[in-house]
Design a protein around this ligand. Structure first.
Ligand code: MN
Ligand code: MN
Length: 301
């Protein structure tokens, strides 16, 4: 059984190529003290310049912030000195999603943690093939990370991706976990180990802050400005995640805040909480998207 036809596979490949080139360009620009909003906007404009669409807002997660932070509008936050910065980007091309992440380390003390994440990812890529169980991949990731003296984040996983889907139903754990789920030929997966210090809790918790949203219930609303936002979100992002930054200029500026709040209060859109390491220890991440082949995989990003 094949998951995708030739045309779809070609779109995944092109989506991955756009993402790879955007990531490599962005990587060389990141500096301490930069405004995070500049990084997010640069990432997203690189993707568009190359003919793709961001599959989700660029995540810039610093130190113990593990994932799901993107700049809100007018964000004044900067990259702290000596920080560990995870940049997570996604592209969709006609809906076909690819997803990649890397960590930049401004503190030489922590470079080995960054390598542990990369090596965990590399070990998974070298082992994955059709027929292997997801728990085996988790076991290999965990072993690689622990052998280097670090700890994987246990409650974040890799995931299959699909058309207009960032999580298409199958998870790849970053720890040994009992499961009968087998990887199948033609499936497309984002593999993403997160690594923290050995003495850390090794899991993430929700932070009250939310900066990334998605349409969850497309229903009519009285406020015409709120309705205008819904129509735009539905047309432009469908059910993919978006940033409030992306809604600039859709309704008059003095109507935006209330119109946006209405969407949250009426549960038409919902936010993803920012994720933070439970013991507030720093976290590194590495991620690639791969397509599964009979004897291995092909890295798309
Ligand atoms: Mn990602
Ligand atoms: Mn991912």
């Amino acid at each position: 059984m094949s998951y995708y036809d030739q045309e779809a596979i070609e779109k995944f490949r092109l989506s991955g190529k756009i993402l790879k080139n955007s990531r490599d360009e962005l990587k060389s620009l990141i500096r301490e003290n930069m405004l995070i909003i500049d990084i997010c906007e640069k990432a997203e404009s690189l993707i568009k310049e190359k003919g793709g669409e961001p599959a989700f807002p660029c995540n810039v997660s610093v130190n113990e912030i593990t994932a799901h932070y993107t700049s809100p509008p007018k964000d004044k936050t900067r990259i702290p000195e000596k920080s560990l910065v995870k940049i997570d980007m996604g592209v969709h091309l006609d809906g076909y999603v690819t997803d990649t992440a890397f960590t930049i380390c401004f503190n030489p003390e922590h470079i080995f943690m960054v390598s542990a994440a990369q090596e965990g990812l590399q070990a998974a890529i070298e082992t994955i093939h059709s027929g292997i169980s997801t728990s085996k991949i988790g076991e290999i990731i965990e072993k690689t990370i622990r052998n280097r003296g670090f700890r994987p984040i246990s409650n974040l996983t890799g995931h299959s991706v699909g058309r207009y889907l960032i999580h298409a139903g199958t998870s790849i754990p970053n720890i040994k976990q009992f499961s009968f789920t087998k990887i199948k030929e033609g499936q497309v997966f984002a593999i993403e180990p997160f690594v923290t210090l050995p003495e850390a809790a090794g899991r993430v918790e929700n932070h009250p802050k939310k900066t990334i949203f998605r349409l969850t219930k497309n229903k009519k609303i009285k406020n015409p400005y709120s309705q205008k936002l819904i129509n735009y979100i539905d047309k432009k992002f469908k059910t993919l995640p978006f940033s409030e930054r992306w809604l600039k200029g859709i309704v008059p500026e003095n109507k935006h805040n209330q119109a946006f709040k209405n969407l949250i209060n009426s549960k038409i859109i919902s936010g993803y909480p920012v994720l933070i390491e439970a013991s507030k220890k720093i976290v590194a991440q590495a991620e690639h998207t791969v397509i599964i082949e009979k004897d291995g995989c092909r890295v798309l990003t």
